[in-house]
Ligand binder design. Structure first.
Ligand code: DSN
Length: 415
């Protein structure tokens, strides 16, 4: 992958782009929210659509010359409807956070109440953390996972909803390794006569492929990112019943965004078409199987997993039991030194600062895209264990780095 024209115009940026291609090729991308878009998606995202303004929606734009972008946005919408079975889809949110913002703006007034999972228990900033716009504009209370099981306690959630009386209950998470029981969250929302927003950012691809139950048809609103497990162009998406369609569309434009990022919408359309092919179901199933194998092997090495395992694309390791003196950040840094890139994470009942964390989160979507199978994930788990057991041992890390390079070479990327 060469950037010849960038090289001519701007050698500094070209050098960094080429270094990034090498970094992605020669390291193990295990950040659970990352994936590798196809070259077709990359081409669409890097297209002339970056030049076009098209405020509005297909057939109803504020600018002329929109016939081609109308085609592309309509294709993205129709393909999304087919993938997730939603009545109405808005593909314009610039990100998953913007998708959530669009829903809040559609149905909440400032000061209204949000009930959502605490960030340190697996929630997301845009679900109402105090440093985020949602925490500043709305009255937010958080629920937590059960201290012993590491899972959502749906009965406790319902009781909390009855007591807090929220206007919206938010489900769907960023660091929750278990399947979500959408009907039980809906029961909590119903108990408070509240809306239910299911944020499937991490699991869009798993839901589309039937590897995780779908909240579409249960929750009032379903939001997501389009570049994580679904592997399409970067951005966000909002899905809802027809009754909320106008409110959602008006919230996105003119409510909070101007011109849509049509190059990204094209990347979404292309990625959705790829996800509609039968191979995508195999990919999603392999992603989940790979995460299961990763988790089991880490447990064999003595690591403790939050909730005791995984049903999804990620594992959340609580280092406090097995490695009480190694922080999440220290583990992250030692692993990055050998080419295993994942993130330190808070764990339920966290005792360290969020910048340090007592856990690590590891996902399999990107490795699975480049062809890793169960045997590979067993070896990756062995490497993680060796490095975290020996964070200061340079010989161990040098040997691990060689094995990482061999795994990368055996599973080439962007050839
Ligand atoms: N940054 C994403 C994640 O890693 O989960 C969520 O926005």
């Amino acid at each position: 992958m060469k950037y010849d024209r960038v090289q001519e115009a701007d050698p500094d940026v070209a050098a960094a782009l080429e270094a990034e291609v090498d970094r992605q090729r020669d390291t193990l991308a295990m950040i659970a929210s990352e994936n590798f878009a196809s070259e077709a998606v990359l081409e669409a995202q890097g297209s002339v659509l970056t030049n076009k303004y098209a405020e509005g929606y297909p057939g109803e734009r504020y600018y002329g010359g929109c016939e081609n972008v109308d085609t592309i946005e309509s294709l993205a919408i129709e393909r999304a409807k087919e993938l997730w079975g939603a009545d109405h889809v808005n593909v314009q949110p610039h990100s998953g956070s913007q998708a959530n913002m669009g829903v809040y703006l559609a149905v909440l007034d400032p000061g209204d109440k949000i009930l959502s999972l605490d960030l340190t228990h697996g929630g997301h900033l845009s679900h109402g953390h105090e440093v985020n716009f949602a925490g500043q504009l709305y009255d937010v209370e958080h629920y937590e996972v059960d201290a012993d099981s590491g899972r959502i306690d749906y009965d406790a959630l319902r009781e909390q909803a009855e007591a807090f009386d929220p206007d919206i209950v938010v489900s769907g998470y960023s660091a929750y390794p278990r399947q979500v029981e959408w009907e039980r969250v809906q029961a909590a929302a119903d108990a408070a006569d509240a809306y239910h927003l299911a944020d499937i950012a991490h699991i869009t691809g798993l839901v589309a492929a039937g590897e995780h139950p779908s909240p579409v048809g249960i929750a009032d609103f379903v939001t997501g990112s389009t570049h994580k497990t679904i592997r399409a162009g970067r951005g966000g998406i909002i899905m809802c019943d027809e009754e909320y369609a106008d409110d959602v569309d008006t919230a996105v434009i003119p409510g909070m965004q101007g011109g849509p990022l049509l190059h990204n919408v094209a990347g979404k359309a292309v990625g959705f078409e790829e996800a509609l092919q039968p191979e995508f179901e195999e990919y999603a199933a392999q992603t989940v199987e790979n995460a299961a194998v990763l988790g089991e092997r880490l447990q064999e090495h003595g690591f403790e997993l939050v909730s005791g395992g995984t049903d999804t694309h990620l594992v959340l390791v609580d280092l406090r039991g097995s490695h009480p003196d190694v922080t999440g950040k220290e583990a992250e840094q030692a692993l990055e030194e050998v080419g295993i890139v994942l993130n330190a994470n808070t764990v339920p009942n966290e005792t360290r600062s969020p910048f340090v964390g007592s856990g690590i989160r590891a996902g399999t979507p990107a490795l699975t895209t480049r062809g890793f199978d169960e045997d590979d994930l067993r070896e990756v788990a062995d490497l993680i264990a060796e490095v975290v057991d020996n964070v200061d041992d340079e010989d161990v890390k040098a040997e691990a780095a060689e094995r990482v390079q061999q795994l990368c070479d055996a599973n080439p990327l962007y050839e």
